[in-house]
Design a protein around this ligand. Structure first.
Ligand SMILES: Cc1cc2nc3c(=O)[nH]c(=O)nc-3n(C[C@H](O)[C@H](O)[C@H](O)COP(=O)(O)OP(=O)(O)OC[C@H]3O[C@@H](n4cnc5c(N)ncnc54)[C@H](O)[C@@H]3O)c2cc1C
Length: 222
């Protein structure tokens, strides 16, 4: 059994260019393309968002790759306007060399009580033991996956347009949300705020959440 930490990789993008492309699309509505200047997108976006004219944000999308527990994608895949490709527990057989012949579980660092944490860990060890035993007895991966708990680590790719990211982040970075999701969504929101403040600045997040629990965020070319 391997205990692993969550991470999030964000497809490299230029926030200012995204906002300028949204401006270009939006100005079609008013045929005011002649008003475009270096910084004109700022006021335009502010005015649009204040009035609820949000569909213009749908012209641009961002993709991220997330490594987190199954529980997190169970919740995030409820968002109907995002697209997902999720590591399959039906096809990925964790007894194979490729996976180190073991199951990886996301370490729930937010379980701070030692006795509770130890209980969780013991349960994961038992689950892995049964998974490998079932495989040894000839069970299919389909059968074995019935054992896998929410804590199982999985990678997924998630794409959404900017309007949907705004919506998702406004729902998924606050203290009503499972800590495993806050671990990835808070750093993502903070990054989006930094790169596209005109769009994401108004979105609040759980500022009490321990930053040591944040998933590592990196920027990559996909
Ligand atoms: C804190 C929290 C707790 C939750 N608890 C539960 C729970 O206990 N059980 C449970 O089943 N789910 C739960 N959910 C999931 C929640 O009900 C939504 O299914 C999920 O958050 C997706 O949100 P959404 O529908 O707004 O978003 P999206 O699917 O991302 O849609 C975006 C927006 O499009 C519009 N839209 C989309 N589809 C329709 C439609 N068919 N008709 C009209 N408008 C539409 C809505 O305005 C919607 O907000 C929870 C979510 C949160 C954040």
């Amino acid at each position: 059994m391997k205990l692993v930490e969550p991470w999030i990789k964000v497809e490299k993008f230029d926030g200012k260019q995204i906002m300028k492309r949204i401006e270009r699309a939006c100005r079609t509505c008013y045929r005011s393309e002649d008003k475009i200047s270096e910084d004109s997108y700022k006021n335009l976006l502010k005015n649009c968002l204040n009035r609820g004219h949000e569909s213009v944000l749908e012209h641009e999308k961002i993709t991220v790759r997330i490594y987190n527990d199954i529980g997190s994608y169970k919740d995030l895949t409820r968002h109907r306007f995002a697209s997902f490709s999720v590591e399959s527990t039906r096809y990925c057989s964790y007894d194979k060399d490729k996976y180190g012949n073991e199951i990886s579980f996301i370490n729930p660092v937010y379980i701070e009580d030692k006795e509770i944490y130890d209980n969780w860990k013991k349960a994961m060890q038992e689950i892995e033991k049964s998974y490998l035993k079932m495989k040894e007895l000839g069970a299919t991966t389909d059968m074995c996956r019935n054992l896998l708990p929410h804590s199982t680590a999985a990678e997924y790719t998630m794409t959404a347009n900017i309007r949907e990211w705004k919506h998702i982040l406004s729902l998924r970075a606050n203290n009503h949300v499972h800590p495993a999701i806050r671990q990835v969504m808070i750093p993502l929101l903070k990054y989006f705020k930094q790169e596209m403040p005109e769009i994401f600045d108004g979105i609040e997040y759980d500022e009490e959440f321990n930053p040591e629990y944040y998933a590592k965020l990196s920027i990559e070319e996909f």
